[in-house]
Design a protein around this ligand. Sequence first.
Ligand code: SF4
Ligand code: SF4
Length: 447
Amino acid sequence: MDFHGGLKLPLNHELTIDKPLIAARPPGKVCVLLSQHSGSPAVAAVEPGSRVELFEVIARAIGSVSCDLHSPVAGVVEKIDEFVHPYYKYCQGIVIAADREAESTQPLSFNEAESFTIEQIIEASKKFSVIDTVSNNKPLHSKISGLSKGSAHYLIISFVQNEPYIHNIETIAHIYLEEILSCVSYINEAFGPAFVFFALPYHMVKLITSIDNKLNQNKSRYKNFKIIRVTDKYPQANELILASSILKIKINSAELTRNNRCLILDAATVFHLYEALKFSKPQIECHLTVSGYGITKPANIKARVGTYISEIIEQCGGFCGNVNSLIVDGLMSGYSQFTLEVPLVKSNRSITVIPTERLSSAGEQKCMRCKKCIDSCPVGLNPARLNFLSRCGAHEQAAGEGIYSCIECGVCSYICPSRINITHSIILSKKMILEANVRRRKDNESV
Ligand code: SF4
Ligand code: SF4
């Protein structure tokens, strides 16, 4: 399975792929940011000085596309203020001083049920605040709440990751494969799709074999399950690209994905849903690949949401050599950080530390009309033209030429021999159009 354009990037898994998943030290303090999902941020439901228990709801969802937030520690709320967010500049957050003694050491109670209704699955995703990373961190309940039995013809479980250094889904899948397969069975029985596809890139040879063996051991339970090998190109993990390349149809938006009767979830989301259904456990952890040649001890780490990146770096032995950048969630689609005092959010999947000598310092040159960006754009846009329009301030014209189809994958910027940051221009244009629309709406309301 392949798609037009994209990039074959080096995987750079050698530093971490054979290492075990280790739990980060329980943090002494956490900062739970209120924006952990797409849609409206949650609103704090506690006050400074409040005592909170592990898993207690500390912030409430506002609106249908939003999630409650649960405390990842037992402790006392220190303050509620603005803090640095790994994706946005600033965001409100709740700082909790952890009281490790107060945390129960009792194992979580286990739900013996082996099947769940659609309503129970939606309810558990909502109550335990599971987010879906494949659809830009949308609350899972809002993604699946419109579905009824049989309304999704295809269920695609994605294990795909193609950005250098990151393999947290593969790590989770090796350890929790039984749990992931069980949960896919629950979803399959409840939602009744005709086909369940496990999308795995070619390089995950060991995992493909393990899943294949499991499916063969219980053919009656997994009768409509099938492994689909997909290309190792970036951005194959993108929900729309994945659906297009597997189903061989052109899909332009998440809404169309639904119209095409296709539900896509990634394996990490399925694992968190399993914990919600079987252990009533809220999503309070993230699984990270901490890698790059600028970190002393690269590792696979399970950390509580709200843990500061500085603590993770310290537990990985600190930096080695001169560090140029620390990037969260991928060299292509992630975010460069300007401080280490940034708390982790649910959707974080990697921390990559790049030493200075690995980065080129060449500056931007004039466009040489080589068309490499056009040939590589996975959604068939003309990035050079969009960049030109954006830099001339012709944002509305860029909208007319399809700027909203851009999935912000960064391929055009990466491939450009003139080192033009095309993706940045496109993101800027989208922001300007949005701001102009808001201004227009306000002006119309005031007339
Ligand atoms: S960032 Fe947008 S324009 Fe550039 S390659 Fe990706 S989809 Fe195409
Ligand atoms: S890849 Fe860069 S230099 Fe080549 S056409 Fe696109 S913007 Fe111009």
